[in-house]
Design a protein around this ligand. Structure first.
Ligand code: ZN
Length: 449
């Protein structure tokens, strides 16, 4: 597919902002030079539009896409671990192959329609582990969205499920390494230090090293994670992970809310990335990441609260700004650029997240009649106070138009939503029969007792 996007205002890069009035050519899945666009290229009129790099969500859980409005008959949770035991660790146990697919389709479609072109997902379905990443990858490939997938290995459902989780990560990494899934890559997924035994953590870290991919893991989301590491191992979470060889420049550490100075030192020295998920953190009342101390290597995720990165960036900015008036308007753009860098690393595409010649053509066309000038100096203000997911008109992933005029091209949004609602009914019925998760705490290793 060759495309020529004409008459738009092009955002070539978010970090630093580069804005030009120009045509944009897309050929063979990449941004091309307009002068060399083939004669038969489809012309897409983008006058009055802002043309931007597709957003990357650096941490999400598609498996929670059908949780919206689900029944809840238990008493209210009092802390973060109770939220997991009463809500999310029941929902993931209820998932089967049908509802994994329905969740991925629903979450993937909403992501595309919100201008998100890559999802870095963390999947859990402890009673349907084997092959689950293929189901997610197939659903996302049907929609035409790019993804980096992993299975959330954990000992919370017993050693058998933990072993199956590691095997699922290994199987999927081997499958994507053959190139048979051009839009998918893998990482090694692990839940969090407080639900991982030494043996399971070592196996995850070993697999990540062997496959030269990053470990994607929740870190210090709640103080309970730190308390557990201190009680079981006499050290903080990041120190435990580092000792297991689980922290390097490819590591993706979700949340990092409770990192102390020593942990921040380890993370920044290793060049690992922390994913900030502000709306989820506020919703779970777990606190907020030490953003100023973490510096540049902070990406942005939604933690499953949809995939609208425009909205997440706004929430991140306002919450950060409330605490620190020196937070600049470009800060959310830098976070989105960091998310794109992480995805680019997974795909071996350092230009992903920019619209310069040679970059993968992941492009979003925003209908945006700007009422003040848009240039490199003002882009950040437009991003925060003007544009949003409601402005998304067209979405291109790897050179293919997958959303046109606000509608998905490859699927019928009405029938997909109907399939999702029927999946939700099935999931909620199964969920109703599942009790509070019995997890209490992991055993301390023998060398500590
Ligand atoms: Zn998460």
């Amino acid at each position: 597919m060759s495309l020529l996007l004409t008459g738009g205002t092009i955002v070539r890069s978010l970090r630093p902002p580069v804005v030009e009035s120009s045509d944009l050519a897309v050929e063979d899945g990449r941004i091309a030079v307009p002068e060399l666009a083939p004669v038969g290229a489809e012309r897409v009129d983008c006058s009055g539009c802002l043309v931007v790099p597709g957003n990357v969500c650096a941490h999400t859980h598609l498996y929670s896409a059908l949780a919206r409005g689900m029944p809840y008959g238990l008493g209210p949770p009092h802390d973060f671990v109770e939220i997991l035991r009463r809500v999310w660790w029941r929902l993931d146990r209820a998932l089967d192959e049908t509802t994994i697919r329905a969740s991925a389709l629903a979450g993937g479609m909403e992501a595309l329609l919100a201008g998100t072109t890559t999802l870095i997902d963390h999947h859990a379905s402890p009673f349907a582990v084997d092959g689950s990443l293929d189901i997610v990858a197939d659903a996302l490939a049907e929609l035409g969205i790019r993804s980096v997938l992993c299975y959330e290995t954990s000992d919370r459902d017993g050693p058998l499920v933990a072993g199956t989780g590691i095997a699922e990560n290994a199987r999927f990494l081997a499958a994507v390494s053959t190139g048979e899934r051009p839009l998918a890559r893998g990482m090694v997924g692990a839940h969090a230090s407080f639900t991982l035994s030494e043996a399971t953590l070592a196996a995850c870290a070993g697999l990540a090293r062997e496959r030269s991919v990053g470990l994607h893991i929740h870190v210090g989301e709640d103080a309970a994670d730190e308390r557990d590491a201190e009680a079981r191992f006499g050290r903080r979470v990041v120190a435990r992970l580092a000792a297991a060889g689980a922290i390097d420049r490819r590591s993706l550490l979700a949340h990092g809310v409770h990192l102390d100075a020593g942990e921040i030192e380890i993370v920044t020295h290793a060049g690992a990335t922390v994913v900030h998920n502000p709306r989820s953190n506020m919703n779970n009342a777990v606190g907020r990441a030490p953003l100023a101390a973490l510096g540049d290597r902070v990406a942005l995720g939604t933690d499953g609260i949809g995939a609208d990165l425009f909205e997440e960036g706004r929430a991140a900015y306002f919450r950060h700004r409330e605490e620190d008036l020196e937070t600049g308007m470009a800060w959310p753009l830098d976070r989105l650029a960091e998310s794109a860098r992480v995805a680019g690393e997974a795909f071996g595409e350092p230009l992903l997240g920019s619209l310069v010649p040679g970059a993968p053509a992941d492009v979003v066309v925003l209908r945006y009649p700007a009422v003040t000038p848009v240039d490199a100096g003002t882009l950040a203000a437009h991003w925060l106070f003007g544009i949003g997911a409601g402005s998304v008109r067209d979405v291109i992933v790897a050179g293919e138009l997958v959303v046109r005029d606000g509608r998905p091209v490859r699927v019928d949004s009405g029938s997909l939503a109907a399939e999702a609602r029927s999946g939700a009914t099935r999931l909620w019925r199964r969920l109703d029969a599942i009790d509070v998760h019995p997890f209490e705490r992991m055993e301390a290793p023998a060398w500590r007792t």
